[in-house]
Ligand binder design. Structure first.
Ligand SMILES: [Zn+2]
Length: 462
C-alpha cells in the first residue's frame, strides 16, 4: 500500500513563506487533510487547511529544534475529529538534513500517540519536512504508531509539481526519450515516468491522447470506455484497423500501446466512469484527461477534480454545418484545466444538465427513458455529429501540451488561463476570464476542496 499526499499550491506557498525565513530557525505548522483510500493500493492525504504556529505559539524555536504548547495542537485535533480528517505536522530543516532526526522520531511518536488516543480511527496521520529550497519529504503514522515513508508528494495548482525520494538532477533518461530530454531536461522525463494518468473516453480525442502520452513516457495509463468500434469510427480512431470493428476500443488501444514497447503500464475498464472500479482508478491517478462527449461523465469528473485535488484536463470539439447544407458554421475546440482555483465546467456553461439527466436516465432506467423519449419529455440522441481526425487530433495534442506546460512551464504566461477556446475556422484563440469568488458550490466555495472520501460520493446523488 502506497502512502501519498497532494498539497494545494496556495497551501504550499503559505507553508513555504512561514517556514523558510532568513534567520534559519526551525518553524512548524499543522495541516488538516481529507482522505482518499483505495484498499490495498493507496492511501492519499489531501490538504484542506493550514494553521501556522506563530512565534507566540512556540515554546522554543532554534536551529535544530522546534517545540510548542500542545493545547494548540489539541484544538487542531478537535477540528479534524468530526469528519475523520487527518492531521499533518510540518517543520523545516534549515541545515537541509534530508531525513527525520531522532528528535523528530521521539517528538512525533508522542504527538501521534496523543492523536490516536484522542481521535481514534484507522486512517493515517502524517508529517512533512521542508528543506530550505522548498523540497519536501514525508512519512505517515499508523494506528499502531509505526511509520512509513510517503512515496509521492504532489503540489497542484496553476502548475503541477512532484516530490519523491528518488527524484534526482542526475537522472539519466532512457535512450528513447533522449530527444525529448534535449528539449525539456531529464527531470521532466523522470517526472512523467512517475505519473499515473487515466483517460476517460477512448474515442477520437481519447485514442490520440493515449498514444501521445505513451510516447511522452508516462509511466502508467488507465483507459476507461465501454464502447466497441464501429466502422464509422475508423476515420479518426488511432491504433484501430478494419479488422478491429466490433472489438472494445480500450482493448485495441491497450494492445497497440503494448506493442509500441516503451514499458508503459496500462490497464483498461469497460465500464461507466461512475462504477466503483473506475472510481478506484481515478482515485489512484495523478491526473485525468476527460475525452468524453458524455455530460453525465463530465459532471462526475468536474466534481472529482476539486474533491480529490486531482487536475482534470477536459477537452471538447464542436463541428457544425448550416442545416440542409455542407456550409461550415462552427469549428471550435476547447481545453479546460480543472483544479482548485479554476472555474469549473458548470460555472463556464460547458455541461448541459438536461442532456446529463437524459443520459443518466437511459443508463439507470432504460424503460422509463424510452417512454419519456416517446412522449418527448427528454432529449434523445440526435443525428451523428460531424468529426474530422485532424481536428480531434489537434485538440488532443493541445491538451497534452497543456499537461507539459503545467509540469515544465515552457509558457508561463498561459498558466493563468485554465480555459482555452480555439476557433479553427477563424484562426482565433481566446482565454475566457477566470471568475474567482463566484457562487458555485464546486469551484467558488472551498468547502469541497480536498474533501476526499465521503458519503455520498462527491456529495452527489446519482
Ligand atoms: Zn463552478
Amino acid at each position: 500500500m502506497k502512502n501519498t499526499i497532494t498539497i494545494q499550491e496556495q497551501h504550499y506557498k503559505e507553508l513555504k513563506n512561514h517556514l523558510i525565513q532568513d534567520d534559519g530557525k526551525e518553524r512548524a505548522a499543522f495541516i488538516i487533510c481529507g482522505r482518499s483510500l483505495v484498499n490495498g493500493n493507496e492511501e492519499r492525504l489531501l490538504t484542506r487547511e493550514v494553521h501556522v504556529l506563530s512565534e507566540k505559539d512556540l515554546l522554543s524555536s532554534e536551529r535544530y529544534q522546534v517545540s510548542w504548547n500542545n493545547n494548540h495542537f489539541i484544538k487542531i485535533l478537535e477540528k479534524a475529529e468530526s469528519k475523520n480528517f487527518a492531521v499533518v505536522i510540518i517543520h523545516n530543516h534549515p541545515e537541509n538534513l534530508n531525513h527525520f532526526s531522532s528528535v523528530d522520531d521521539n517528538g512525533e511518536y508522542h504527538l501521534f500517540k496523543l492523536t490516536f488516543n484522542r481521535n481514534g480511527g484507522n486512517g493515517s496521520h502524517g508529517s512533512l519536512i521542508m528543506m530550505s529550497d522548498g523540497s519536501l519529504i514525508g512519512r505517515v503514522w499508523k494506528p499502531d504508531l509505526s511509520n512509513e515513508p510517503i512515496s509521492k508528494i504532489r503540489i497542484i495548482g496553476e502548475s503541477f509539481k512532484l516530490n519523491y525520494p528518488e527524484r534526482t538532477s542526475s537522472f539519466i533518461s532512457p535512450e528513447v526519450f533522449n530527444r525529448q530530454q534535449l528539449a525539456f531536461g531529464s527531470s521532466l522525463v523522470q517526472d512523467l515516468s512517475k505519473l499515473k494518468i487515466t483517460i476517460v473516453g477512448a474515442g477520437a480525442t481519447g485514442s490520440s491522447t493515449a498514444l501521445l502520452l505513451t510516447r511522452l513516457g508516462i509511466g502508467e495509463l488507465c483507459l476507461i470506455d465501454k464502447d466497441t468500434i464501429e466502422e464509422s469510427n475508423l476515420n479518426r480512431l488511432h491504433g484501430a484497423t478494419m479488422k478491429d470493428v466490433g472489438k472494445y476500443k480500450v482493448d485495441v488501444l491497450q494492445k497497440y500501446i503494448k506493442e509500441i514497447g516503451l514499458g508503459t503500464k496500462i490497464s483498461v475498464e469497460k465500464r461507466w466512469v461512475s462504477d466503483k472500479e473506475c472510481i478506484d482508478q481515478l482515485k489512484t491517478s495523478d491526473l485525468i484527461f476527460g475525452c468524453t462527449d458524455d455530460h453525465a461523465g463530465r459532471i462526475l469528473l468536474n466534481r472529482f477534480a476539486y474533491f480529490y485535488l486531482t487536475p482534470v484536463i477536459d477537452m471538447g470539439l464542436v463541428i457544425s454545418v448550416k442545416e440542409g447544407s455542407c456550409e461550415l458554421q462552427n469549428l471550435q475546440g476547447r481545453i479546460s484545466y480543472l483544479f482548485p482555483g479554476s472555474d469549473c465546467l458548470v460555472t463556464k456553461g460547458n455541461i448541459d444538465m438536461d442532456i446529463a439527466y437524459a443520459e443518466n436516465l437511459k443508463r439507470n432506467e432504460p424503460e422509463n427513458y424510452k417512454k419519456l423519449k416517446e412522449e418527448a419529455y427528454v432529449i434523445g440522441e440526435g443525428n451523428p455529429s460531424p468529426a474530422v481526425v485532424t481536428f480531434t487530433t489537434q485538440i488532443a495534442t493541445m491538451a497534452v501540451n497543456e499537461l507539459i506546460n503545467r509540469i515544465q512551464g515552457y509558457n508561463m504566461q498561459a498558466l493563468n488561463a485554465p480555459h482555452k477556446i480555439f476557433f479553427f475556422h477563424r484562426g482565433m484563440e481566446i482565454h475566457p476570464e477566470n471568475v474567482s469568488n463566484n457562487e458555485c458550490r464546486i469551484c467558488g466555495m472551498k468547502n469541497y476542496w480536498g474533501r476526499g472520501d465521503m458519503n455520498p460520493f462527491l456529495d452527489m446523488v446519482l
